[in-house]
Design a protein around this ligand. Structure first.
Ligand code: PLP
Length: 386
């Protein structure tokens, strides 16, 4: 019997139980005894080398849930992204990167990669016909987000995989916004899947972590880079992450339901000019998202008819969503990407992507949908009275 995802979330990676403990203990030891056998570098057990019992148990669980051969847990989502990119790119190479990505990723590829002699070409992830022109003999990889931050665009993910296979490129997808439960990136054919586990995977807004998933060989290469860069997750954070991820299934069901419910409500409200949520039939990528995803997550963004002033007033008047950056936790969060996730970009860069100053991004938590809708209703109605 092949267990389903909730069973894997609870049980995978947990055995053998340590001294009978039902819950994985924290191994707060930086190094481990040399057992006398001839040691190679790979046999040394040390937190920075990502091979303590906490790392191993957590990685085994994440690999099982994602359908990956192997997993690497990292100290942040950016550590996962940089380890993944540096593991398949060398000086002189080029990489295609979807234009609309998280601001930190945008910063990494536009400022750091070129300093190591790696050229970056931005492409529209939804326009497969435009990619061929961006290709050169030096292109080695293609990086996309499964659901983009903050515009909730869905790249032509099937074509990305086919294009990479045809041109021998490594396909890398940041699946943070959807999680392996909503989108099976590796089963579709992506070679490397990365996550900011700070968001949905841990789900409780109390740590920063990341994950790289893929074949044994791909994860080994990313581990080697991460070990040299020093981006290991601490065992205590591994413990918290392992505890948090067990409830991913029930949390994602609630996030998916709340996302759809609030998106539908916003789309019908006269104060709202546009809603970005791929679960709405009017979203340009609705058909693709419905085919590839089993849920659309709790992430959405929208513009108000009243522009940036109305956005600021709305954020002030809402009582449930907390005004804070980041996403994917059990509590609803609201932010303007121009001031947080995309503040690293210049105003012209943001505008070119469609990230206006008034754009509002919401991460819907797992509160009761009726309460969230009531709160948005009171805050939006008050804008019409201004
Ligand atoms: N990927 C996406 C889609 C994100 O939204 C973020 C952070 O917001 C990251 C990666 C970076 O993750 P971290 O902050 O854990 O390094």
């Amino acid at each position: 019997m092949m267990p389903h995802s909730n069973t894997l979330l609870i049980h995978a990676g947990e055995d053998p139980r340590v001294d009978g403990a039902v819950s994985m203990p924290i191994f707060q030891s930086a190094m481990y005894l040399d057992d006398g056998a001839a040691l190679t570098h790979d046999d040394i057990r040390y937190i920075r080398l990502n091979n303590t019992p906490n790392h191993r148990a957590l990685a085994a669980k994440l690999a099982a849930v994602s359908g990956a051969e192997a997993a690497l847990v990292t100290a942040s989502g950016m550590a996962a992204i940089s380890a993944a990119l540096f593991s398949c790119l060398r000086a002189g190479d080029e990489v295609l990167v979807q234009a609309d990505t998280y601001g930190g990723t945008h910063g990494l590829v536009s400022t750091e990669l070129p300093q190591f002699g790696i050229d970056v070409t931005r492409v529209d992830g939804r326009e497969a016909r435009s990619w061929e022109a961006a290709l050169t003999p030096r292109t080695r990889a293609f990086y996309v987000e499964s659901l983009s931050n903050p515009l909730m665009q869905v790249a032509d993910l099937e074509s990305v995989v086919a294009f990479c296979q045809a041109h021998e490129l490594v396909s890398i997808v940041d699946n943070t916004f959807l999680t392996p439960l909503n989108f099976r990136a590796l089963a579709l054919g992506f070679e490397i899947e990365v996550h900011s586990a700070t968001k949905y995977l841990n789900g409780h807004s109390d740590l920063v972590a990341g994950v790289v998933l893929g074949s044994e060989a791909r994860v080994k290469a990313a581990t080697s880079i991460l070990n040299h860069l020093g981006g290991a997750l601490d065992p205590h954070a591994c413990f918290l992450f392992q505890r948090g991820v067990k409830t991913l299934g029930v949390r994602m069901r609630a996030h998916n339901e709340n996302g759809l419910r609030v998106a539908q409500f916003l789309a019908d409200h006269p104060a709202v000019a546009r809603v970005n949520y791929p679960g709405l039939p009017q979203h340009p990528d609705f058909e693709r998202a419905s085919r590839l995803f089993s849920g659309f997550s709790g992430m959405l963004s929208f513009e108000l008819a009243g522009g940036v002033d109305a956005s600021c007033a709305l954020i002030e008047r809402l009582q449930l969503p907390l005004h804070a950056p980041s996403l994917g936790g059990v509590e609803s969060l609201i932010t303007r990407p121009a001031t947080t996730s995309h503040s690293e970009l210049s105003p012209p860069e943001r505008l070119a992507l469609g990230v206006t100053d008034g754009l509002v991004r919401v991460s819907l938590g797992i509160e009761d949908a009726d309460d969230l809708v009531d709160d948005f209703a009171q805050a939006l109605d008050s804008l019409l009275e201004r």
